[in-house]
Design a protein around this ligand. Structure first.
Ligand code: SAH
Length: 409
């Protein structure tokens, strides 16, 4: 009897092991890992083994950095699956008016139904399926882009990796959710792990997911996550790295490149919810953060209070304008940390940075093309690239994230 039970356990473990093995090497069963990968385009590299992906990214980055330095080895992800902590589903109807949810087919507005995704947080996917299941009994119709009828346009789920806190954002075409309280109750019954729910109204004909109006219908309206010993607050529209496991490694590298000794004056430009700045604050004299998005700046300020960080201040402004003001007022800067969006930084920002002349610049980039464009400008002037490293933030996609250290000549 005991032997039989042991055999059953062994068998179970073997199946489990094989499953994990295949997930790590989806080349062998890509279509089973995701039946819609060809239409979606979210994980363009699902056909490659993880090793192949790392090699491809390393080679690409090494070539890119050839004029400047030899990069350190790429920082890989140990378990490169289900890493996305922010999951978005668009809602619509099929021909028989049944609710469907998933992603837009690449370069189109046709919805490809998706219930689970190899790179998305699994709990988030489950919650989206549950919401879809509740719609009929609550007489909530998904929005139809062609006719303009229907209510539910998108669902966004954000998960705090370290805290387990979960936010559900229901994006509606108009502000009223019928039987709102009962809907909240029903969803909580299925998923008591949800910590906050927000209604967002998007009544515009736009490709943006979130509209401007927001109403908290359950909990605090934001979630928290912890990275590098600090707690961060994340509102529906604030930028927060989608792969927190790798983000922690990215920030540790950025801190190493910043070389702080406890006395420096640091600018965290394009600071989002203030992650990098707050991590730096413990090793610096003073940190200033600048960011354009109002919600992110509010999250950053609240986060600083929560972490009891006294030597940091956040400003809402365009990073270029802000730096120019600093220069005009003759302000000094020892270290510049910058993490611009995909479009990279602006010439105005970079030229002013050169004028102010911090000893070190740490450039974090999610787009190699704009990174090299900006490096070209900086290295033509007073800076040289000392170190660089790629961090694999987005396994199974072709995206390359990088950290570069520049020193004043
Ligand atoms: N450093 C942060 C966020 C990086 S993402 C983190 O690691 O989490 C880039 C950020 O730049 C976004 O939050 C975006 O809102 C902000 N941003 C975009 N354009 C900007 C500009 N011109 N000036 C200041 N911030 C800007």
């Amino acid at each position: 009897m005991r032997q039989k039970r042991q055999n059953q356990i062994n068998q179970k473990e073997r199946v489990q092991k094989e499953r994990v093995q295949k997930e790590r090497n989806p080349k062998e069963k890509n279509q089973k890992v995701c039946p819609v990968s060809s239409k979606c385009g979210g994980c363009r590299w699902i056909q490659k083994s993880y090793q192949e992906q790392l090699e491809a990214k390393s080679t690409f980055f090494r070539k890119l950095m050839e004029p400047y330095c030899r990069p350190e080895p790429i920082i890989a992800m140990e378990e490169p699956a289900h890493y996305r902590n922010k999951v978005h589903a668009v809602f619509g109807e099929d021909r028989r008016h049944n609710a469907i949810s998933g992603i837009y087919e690449e370069k189109s507005h046709r919805i490809v139904p998706v219930d689970s995704c190899f790179i998305e947080n699994q709990k988030a996917d489950e919650i989206i399926v549950s919401i879809r299941g509740l719609l009929k009994s609550f007489k909530i119709r998904p929005y139809n882009e062609d006719t303009g009828f229907g209510l539910l346009r998108h669902v966004l789920v954000r998960v705090g990796h370290a805290t387990g806190q979960i936010m559900v954002v229901l994006v509606l075409s108009s502000p009223i959710l019928p039987s709102k309280n009962n809907f909240v109750k029903a969803l909580l019954k299925l998923h008591p792990e949800i910590t906050t729910m927000v209604l967002n109204v998007n009544d515009k004909d736009t490709s943006m997911i979130l509209g401007e109006r927001e109403r908290i219908i359950y909990g605090k309206g934001y979630i928290e996550d912890r990275l590098c010993g600090k707690t961060f607050q994340i509102s529906p529209g604030s930028f927060y790295q989608v792969n927190p496991v790798q983000a922690e490694k990215l920030y540790i590298k950025a801190m190493e490149y910043a070389g702080l000794t406890g006395t420096e004056r640091v600018l965290d430009a394009y600071c989002g919810t203030g992650t990098i700045g707050m991590i730096a604050a413990g090793h610096a004299g003073e940190v200033i953060g600048v960011e354009l998005n109002r919600d992110a700046v509010r999250d950053a300020a609240r986060g600083a209070r929560q972490n009891e960080i006294k030597n940091i201040h956040f400003y809402r402004n365009d990073a270029g304008d802000f730096l120019l003001e600093m220069a005009e007022q003759g302000e000094k800067l020892d270290v510049l940390l910058m993490d611009p969006p995909r479009s990279g930084s602006s010439e105005a920002f970079l030229n002013t940075a050169v004028k102010i002349g911090p000893e070190r610049i740490v450039y974090i980039s999610c787009n190699p093309e704009t990174l090299v464009r900006d490096l070209r400008l900086l290295t033509k002037q007073n800076y040289r690239v000392e170190k660089a490293v790629a961090v694999d933030m987005f396994p199974f996609t072709d995206s390359v994230e990088a950290v570069v250290q520049l020193l004043k000549k």
